[in-house]
Design a protein. Structure first.
Length: 157
């Protein structure tokens, strides 16, 4: 059994401080570029004061792809040339859509003084893999993932 020391460690000791985030006005194309270039699977979406408005994750991206697939399926009724043109138009327009339209708005956050056990319970309850870490003014100061918490437990097991 693990000692209380790991469970009582604070989020601030484990969180990623070098945050990759996007403003609410960013596009899906911007989000895909940031996720690819930085090899991250979640992007907190912030306002001009760095307050977390939502989060855009690979799950949101999969939901978006599923919607596009449904739209493309509906194109089976048109001829192949029209279908190709409509698909290209759809793909192009989606890249210019606002990330705020597809992000998860009801985002769970955690304070940097919270314990890892609290963060893990919040993740389980919300069924998420990332929690933006906020300060007392709700400004984004970090992000913690299930992998961060698991790594900490594994290192101290």
């Amino acid at each position: 059994m693990m000692g209380n020391t790991v469970r009582e460690r604070r989020v601030k000791d484990v969180m990623t401080r070098d945050i990759v985030s996007l403003p609410a006005g960013a596009t899906i194309h911007d989000a895909l570029t940031m996720m690819t270039e930085n090899r991250v699977s979640a992007l907190p979406i912030v306002d001009g004061r760095d307050r977390c408005l939502g989060i855009f994750t690979t799950t949101d991206l999969l939901d978006l792809a599923r919607d596009v697939d449904d739209d493309v399926y509906q194109l089976d009724v048109v001829d192949p040339v029209s279908r190709r043109w409509l698909v290209e138009k759809l793909v192009h327009s989606l890249g210019n859509e606002s990330v705020a339209s597809y992000m998860t708005e009801d985002v769970s956050t955690v304070g940097r003084e919270s314990t890892l056990a609290t963060a893990a319970r919040d993740m389980l309850r919300s069924q998420v893999h990332h929690l933006p870490v906020v300060d007392d003014n709700d400004r984004l100061v970090g992000i913690i993932s299930t992998t961060d918490i698991l790594a900490e437990y594994a290192a101290n097991a």
